[in-house]
Design a protein around this ligand. Structure first.
Ligand code: G3P
Ligand code: CA
Length: 266
């Protein structure tokens, strides 16, 4: 799945400038020229796939405490619809505050696909899938509904990622043609990551290492096995320069505008 130019993945949307995982953040990421919009998945008590990074609501949800605090998995979708996910950003980042961010709803994955299918690419992560049985089935069910499982586009319209190898193996079984990226923990040294590549190449198409764990030997070893390399989360120009110089195939960033300009000006 290698493409000529490094791909710009908007990490939780343009999350440096707008509240993460909201339509405001993804709209802005598209305006800024991102190649992919990222979604982290959680599952509600009634089995709905929603897009939120944290497994708990406390950091980014505001609203009635009984619905908007504690684990997402304890709440129904109806209860979560009483919460909003944007006002925290205006308080935390006054320099980027915008009244439109107040009241941003929790997006279901279905809502995201309905809004952007046909005009965006998606980079979807199964988050803590061991705690959410059925997450992979629900995900593939939804992708099938939107005709996104037999994806022959280059670069692919959908990339699926996880820190969990077990989750990726399930996805490979459910959607044999899906493009899969194995995320690597932030504390995994480059040499240790290299030792995992033979196994990863059996089921995945790429790796997502933490940016500071990437060296030339890791990039070369991944490429030798046909694996692309998409480090996270790259927000500073010196890191962009180093990683793109090493030949990575894409980067996750909170600043898709900066990355787009950098990639396009090379
Ligand atoms: O998916 C790549 C990167 O997003 C992993 O870290 O914690 O931001 O989901 P996290
Ligand atoms: Ca993620």
């Amino acid at each position: 799945m290698a493409s000529d130019e490094p791909l710009v993945v908007a990490h939780r949307g343009a999350s440096a400038y707008a509240p993460e995982h909201t339509f405001a953040a993804w709209d802005l990421a598209l305006e800024m020229g991102a190649d992919y919009l990222e979604q982290d998945l959680q599952m509600t008590a009634d089995g709905e796939l929603v897009v939120l990074h944290d497994s708990t609501l406390d950091r980014t949800a505001r609203g009635p405490a009984e619905a908007c605090r504690g684990p997402v998995a304890d709440q129904s979708l109806d209860a979560l619809r009483r919460c909003e996910f944007g006002s925290w950003f205006n308080v935390a980042h006054p320099e980027h505050a915008n009244p439109n961010y107040d009241g941003q709803p929790l997006p279901r994955l279905r809502d995201v696909l309905e809004r952007y299918a046909g005009r965006a690419r998606f980079y979807i992560e199964t988050k803590r899938p061991d705690e959410a049985p059925g997450m992979e089935d629900a995900l593939v069910g939804l992708l099938t509904e939107f005709n996104l499982t037999a994806d022959s586009a280059a670069p692919p319209t959908v990339i699926l990622q996880s820190f969990s190898a077990a989750s990726l193996l399930k996805l490979r079984e459910l959607a044999p043609d899906a493009t899969l990226v194995q995320l690597l923990p932030g504390n995994l040294a480059a040499w240790a990551a290299r030792n995992r590549l033979d196994e990863i190449a059996e089921y995945a198409d790429g790796i997502g290492p933490q940016k500071d764990r990437v060296d030339r030997a890791l990039v070369d070893a991944a490429h030798e096995r046909g694996l692309v390399v998409h480090p996270y989360t790259v927000n500073q120009t010196p890191d962009l320069t180093r990683l793109i110089g090493l030949g990575v195939n894409g980067i996750f960033t909170d600043h898709p505008d900066v990355a787009r300009k950098f990639v396009s000006s090379r």
